[in-house]
Ligand binder design. Structure first.
Ligand code: ZN
Length: 82
């Protein structure tokens, strides 16, 4: 089954996600959020329009547990966006 993602910026649907935001890198959130992007333009745009850059990167050690496993491919997981 092919997973359908919805681009967080332009709302276009697409498959085979390569770019996404992952809240494990960001101190803003204490829950795991994945925000998929359809391509580099939307990933770049997200950096411009979001306030994520005003938050420092999450310090290590990063949180652990099932919710915080390393994600290498969001095509095969369930994830939560906001
Ligand atoms: Zn997009």
């Amino acid at each position: 089954m092919t997973k359908i993602h919805t681009c967080y910026v332009c709302k276009k649907t697409f498959t085979n996600a390569i770019y996404w935001y992952d809240s494990i890198h960001d101190s803003k959130y204490d829950k795991r959020l994945i925000k998929p992007f359809c391509g580099p333009p939307c990933a770049n745009k997200f950096r411009e329009i979001s306030d994520e850059n005003s938050y420092p990167a999450r310090e290590k050690p990063w949180p652990r547990g099932p919710e915080w496993q390393i994600i290498q491919d969001i095509d095969y997981i369930q994830y939560e966006s906001d």
